[in-house]
Design a protein around this ligand. Structure first.
Ligand code: RIB
Ligand code: CA
Length: 311
């Protein structure tokens, strides 16, 4: 089993990623650490618990983390995800216990207690928790197997500004700390996530499961799809975050290249831009495996197959 920690800001697409992880016996979800992003921290914590209870996994460890970016005020994405962050379905307020420890301390303690390269961090939101953990205890960097993160965009541009993708834009300093940390990074940017769409037929297949998870995910994706379908003129919204878990399960569904990626921290115009040296123009260190292509049909098929196993 592959041990993972999911760092997340649920969000409808985060929800699908968490459900995919919980439905995958190959993965041992050590904990879910929440950060502010799509909505405020207190909501992302509640949303993470709602998703665990939807999957009938109330024993999952859920931790609250950083309530705001390292240096900047929080920018949310309520215009996309709705005011709760999980608009589109009415999941009951969770009964499960929220861990009292801070997410950053859980990440540090879990990594220090683990064997080398035993734990993969799956980052689905702004990278504040992970950057703070690395800064508070630099020893964890050598313990991390890999960080697989949804974030960035280069050929596709940005989604919260013309230049920047949301997760990176919210906390660009945190993103810079993480991708320049020397830890192995797999980046799932908009360039690949925009190729995996929650189409009408996909949502119909999810809904036809007739299960709590099927009904919940169909409601979430119908709501989530309205904004991006209109913006991009596409059949459904990109399923960003599930690609992080899908890559872990089936890396051969994806392809990319080890390149240098750095983050713009100074310009107001391009703040949070992931400057990807895809054509290897510079001799800067190749710090990121930048994923650009995917067999989207196989990813969607895996999602259906695994979500079907949940109640
Ligand atoms: O830009 C897409 C990312 O921002 C996804 O992780 C989505 O959940 C939001 O957090
Ligand atoms: Ca997210």
């Amino acid at each position: 089993m592959r041990k993972i920690i999911i760092d997340t800001d649920p969000g409808q697409d985060d929800a699908v990623a968490i459900l995919l992880a919980l439905a995958s016996p190959e993965l041992d979800v050590l904990g879910i650490t929440c950060t502010a992003g799509n909505v405020e921290l207190e909501l992302t914590i509640v949303n993470a618990c709602k998703i665990c209870e939807l999957a009938d996994r109330p024993e999952t460890l859920v931790f609250g983390g950083e309530a705001k970016p390292i240096l900047r005020p929080l920018v949310t994405a309520k215009h996309v995800h709705g005011k709760t962050g999980l608009d589109g379905t009415d999941l009951p307020y969770p009964k499960m216990r929220i861990s009292k420890d801070h997410a950053v301390d859980f990440i540090i303690d879990a990594l220090l207690a683990s064997k080398n390269k035993e734990i993969t961090l799956c980052a689905l939101g702004p990278l504040t928790n992970i950057a703070v953990a690395m800064t508070k205890e630099p020893k964890i960097k050598s313990k991390i197997d890999r960080i697989i993160l949804m974030g960035g965009g280069f050929f596709e541009g940005g989604n919260i500004t013309p230049a920047a993708e949301f997760n990176i834009f919210v906390d660009p300093e945190a993103a810079s700390i993480v991708i320049n940390s020397g830890v192995k990074i797999v980046m799932m940017p908009l360039d690949v996530t925009h190729k995996v769409l929650a189409t009408k037929s996909f949502i119909e297949e999810v809904s036809s499961m007739g299960t709590n998870v099927g009904n919940g995910v169909a409601g979430l994706l119908n709501f989530f799809g309205r904004y991006d379908s209109k913006k991009y003129g596409s059949d459904g919204a990109p399923l960003h975050d599930p690609n992080v878990i899908a890559f872990l399960l089936e890396p051969d569904y994806y392809s990319g290249k080890e390149i240098n990626v750095d983050i713009e921290l100074k310009s107001d115009l391009t703040l949070g831009m992931t400057v990807a040296d895809w054509w290897e123009i510079t001799d800067k260190p190749k710090n990121v495996y930048f994923v650009r292509n995917v067999n989207a049909g196989l990813v969607l098929e895996m999602l259906i197959t695994r979500l079907r196993t949940l109640p």
